[in-house]
Design a binder for this molecule. Structure first.
Ligand code: NAD
Length: 355
């Protein structure tokens, strides 16, 4: 087992809860990274991790990412994430999810869970039986993907403004990797905005949906070679690496996938090739904006969620401005923006309120 406390120190975590349930065999980890801005919000990943070390590494990294994302989006939520070690396609009995729900409840609202890779809206409804600290239920904010895709489109407009001096996406060529929930919606919106879209997916049926929407199909591993203006990773993380970066023939990267850079140094590698990288956790913040809306006074309001997601345009321009001013890369500037907000909130908390 890894040295947990040393890892918490390294990542600057507040609390890590390891949960086990005898009845269902649940093995989960909930990592609360930072609650300066408010209760920690972040999804539940159900994944067949090879071992506990792998699960711990993932949950620590992902929860820190949520602190940055929530802060960057201007939300009053801290960052957390949870993982259940299980195969989402095999073992998801009700007792397992209910036992997880009880773990969440035991944190008394310090952590709010939601959907992520391997967990579904239906799973959230089961977890809801044990705790009210669940977001993204079908009867409230529901599927976040259309809002995420809308946010990515706003980020692309800001990227175009930064790179070409004009926010229009008309006649821009965009290569989209992944035609899933976010990718397909983004493709539809891009075509509507007058862009030419190249699309790739590992599944033919997913690709055909994109073709039907007007995209030009590209073979799965040729998507990095497309001569285009923007590359939009909307499939997996770690796609920007030593192998793929030299192939890219674009001026910018802007897509929904989480953790696109394999390592931070790949942000520098993109810059060295003259490619502008729009930081993923700013670009794909529409999803968490949508979920956070559930907690706004008066409850979830779709129109307001879209309006806030439109704000990603200005947030990203601010990130580019910080990068230029401080002579750093945009992915570093995005962290500066997020950390600055947390630092200010922390300082204001010095005033005793007697509660
Ligand atoms: P999804 O599973 O619906 O879609 C992913 C698509 O990528 C699938 O169609 C899959 O076949 C395809 N794919 C996987 N590997 C591929 C490869 N190597 N080459 C080509 N295609 C490949 O997922 P999604 O909800 O659309 O999310 C896409 C990405 O955006 C993920 O990284 C997710 O973490 C991130 N994200 C999603 C949201 C959201 O609201 N759904 C919010 C924030 C971030």
């Amino acid at each position: 087992m890894r040295d947990v406390l040393r890892n918490m120190e390294e990542y600057d975590h507040e609390q890590v809860l390891f949960g086990y349930d005898k009845v269902s065999g649940l093995r989960c980890i909930i990592a609360i990274h930072n609650t300066t801005l408010g209760p920690a919000l972040g999804g539940l990943r159900i994944w067949p991790y090879k071992n506990e070390d792998e699960a711990l590494f993932d949950v620590l990294r992902l929860s820190r990412g949520m602190t940055y994302k929530n802060s960057g989006m201007g939300l009053d939520f801290g960052g957390a994430k949870s993982v259940i070690i299980a195969d989402p396609n095999k073992e998801k009995p009700e007792e397992l999810l209910r036992a997880f729900g009880r773990m969440v409840e035991s944190l008394g609202g310090r952590y709010i869970t939601a959907e992520d890779v391997g967990s579904t809206l239906e799973d959230m409804m089961t977890i809801r039986k044990e705790t009210k600290y669940v977001a993204g239920l079908p009867e409230t904010s529901g599927n976040p993907s259309p809002v995420t895709a809308y946010g990515v489109l706003q980020a692309m407009r800001a990227t175009a403004k930064h790179v070409w001096g004009n926010e229009s996406l008309e006649n821009k060529k965009v290569a989209v990797q992944g035609c899933g929930n976010v990718g397909l919606s983004l493709i539809e919106q891009l075509i509507q905005a007058g862009a030419t879209v190249y699309a790739a997916d590992m599944f033919e049926n997913k690709l055909q949906r994109a073709v039907k929407a007007g995209a030009i199909p590209v073979e799965q591993d040729k998507v990095f070679d497309v001569e285009a203006d923007i590359f939009a990773p909307c499939a997996l993380g770690a796609v920007l690496n030593d192998e793929t970066i030299p192939k890219l023939k674009v001026k910018a990267v802007c897509g929904s996938a989480n953790n696109q850079l394999l390592e931070p140094r790949h942000g520098k590698a993109l810059a060295a090739r003259g490619i502008v990288y729009a930081p993923d956790f700013i670009v794909n913040g529409g999803g968490v904006i949508n979920v956070a809306e559930e907690f706004a006074p008066g409850g979830y309001n779709k129109e307001r969620a879209y309006k806030k997601a439109a704000g990603i345009y200005d947030i990203l321009l601010k990130v580019f401005a910080i990068a230029t001013e401080r002579k750093i890369e945009p992915y570093e500037a995005a962290k500066v923006l997020a950390e600055e907000r947390i630092r200010k909130a922390l300082e204001q908390k010095r005033m005793y309120l007697g509660r």
